[in-house]
Write a protein that binds this ligand. Sequence first.
Ligand code: IPE
Ligand code: IPE
Ligand code: MG
Length: 328
Amino acid sequence: MSDDDERSSIANSWFWSLCCRVLKAGHIPKHAAFIMDGNRRFAKKMQYERQQGHVLGFEKLAETLDWCLHLGIKEVTVYAFSVDNFKRSKEEVEGLMELARQKFSQVLQKREFIMKHGIRVRVLGDHSLLPKDVLEQVARVVTMSRDNNNAFLNVCFAYSSQHEMTEAVKRMATGIEEGLLQPSDITEDLLEQCLYTEDSPPPDLLIRTSGEVRLSDFLLWQSSYSCLSFQDVLWPEFSVWNLFSAILQYQKNYKSISEAKATFLTQRRNNQLEVDRNYLLQNDTSLAHPHELDTKISELEHTREKRQREFLAHLHHKQQTYLESFVH
Ligand code: IPE
Ligand code: IPE
Ligand code: MG
């Protein structure tokens, strides 16, 4: 490192710490999501091989996770590989799977660090679409860290939102077939819990790089009230300043987003109450007086929540057993 480089890196780190402190005086997103887009365009721009673009993309992810941890962002969800990405050339898909093998194996080697910092790594997507050896690594990573709860890294891999919602509906339909659920147990809250993201909170901030201003089937359900930040840089070029600028955008919009989200949640609850009221009025013949309605609604809610809890525990157990069967 030359003297100039060293001076500029010291200046940067001093300035960096100052920026972190200023940002931390405001609201820091608890959960940030990233659509890491633009690896191939970056490779082309730099006249590298396409695979090198993906290699640099994975390196950028490690760097970004460090920044997030430093800033106190406890949960990060990244779009690493979509269901649609399987349609790319065989060579590119195999290149990306090979990178995934290397990265998951590095995660397994960092066991001590992961356990010490209480990091839970989840891999969200349709695991059945993955090559068997990648699935075995996924199973080991997920199982190893499943009891950690200090920080969360969710890797969306073989993921797409419409696929996720369709799977959630299928899970609930199976629950009805198996007699664990009744049709009236299907609520927005339950569907949300049946998504791959389960009880993970929705992202506060969603960043997409590469200048494209679409979601490409990523977290469509979960991002209804996220602050969306579209950045013009290609993913391997993403810098801490881009992250700072997205957080500033989040802070600027914090009040309006929080208010809209609170209103939405109240409305969701009121809508469900309305559905329950109408259901009881039409179906409950034992309802003699309208003033009994509130008690009946509470009873209905109580029994429904109990069934939903048991169903979700059953689902969770089934998924855990499936993954465990790939851990040797
Ligand atoms: C994102 O970069 C990484 C993956 C989809 C795996 P792309 O590969 O989509 O690169 P661009 O967007 O074509 O430049
Ligand atoms: C989205 O990027 C998927 C990931 C970043 C993994 P794509 O490049 O696949 O999406 P489109 O094709 O531009 O919509
Ligand atoms: Mg792309």
